[in-house]
Ligand binder design. Sequence first.
Ligand SMILES: [Zn+2]
Ligand SMILES: [Zn+2]
Length: 242
Amino acid sequence: MTLAGALSLGGAAAAANVIGAWAVTRSAKASLRFIEVIVAFAAGFMLSLAIVGAIPEALARKPVEGAAVVLLGYLLVHLSQHTLTPHFHFGEETHSVSRVASHSALVGLLLHTFFDGVAIASGFLVDTALGVLFFVAIFLHKLPEGVTISSLAIASGESPRRAILSAAALGAATIAGVLLTSRLGFLTEYGLALSAGVTIYVGASNLVPEFQHKRTWRLPAAFFVGAGMFLALRALLGEVLA
Ligand SMILES: [Zn+2]
Ligand SMILES: [Zn+2]
């Protein structure tokens, strides 16, 4: 896969940020309910991808430091989205928040979305199958990501236009991540391990808490189907690309 190929997939993922934001500014309730199911599905898919797909490849390349860098990826997201951020959670923001909370959440999410791009590019550095699997995982959670940032912006009193612009900034960070992975030595070497840690965080600590308290069978079902679909898609890509 060429850089142009990885870039166009990064661009498609970036567009999903803006579509999620658009659903919020239009208060499209049906779309938001659909996005809730996607959140649960994406959580299962991302956890499987990180644990079964990315960590073994990262450790095969860097057996000792690789594991520490996976942990570093997890800790970095916690630092940027929670420790340094007064108020952040994934999913639609339904109560009013301060400007500071909304701006610091944007900065935290910019780091995470930068690693969305690093993950796609790092996957393709291993092989096409892992690149495609990372693309699917990232595309899936980019709709809710757009919902998160745009509803936060609106809850802090920003205009719908600013809300969409915030989502576009997240998309741009992802494209920057794709572009810089093969250019920065550290990212070329450790991007996969970092992305594995970030992916575990997003799946288990951002997405799972969004639905685990909801009393409906649809969401846990989507979670388990998401985990299974990762394994099925990986097997299918192995056949097709072999
Ligand atoms: Zn909130
Ligand atoms: Zn993301």
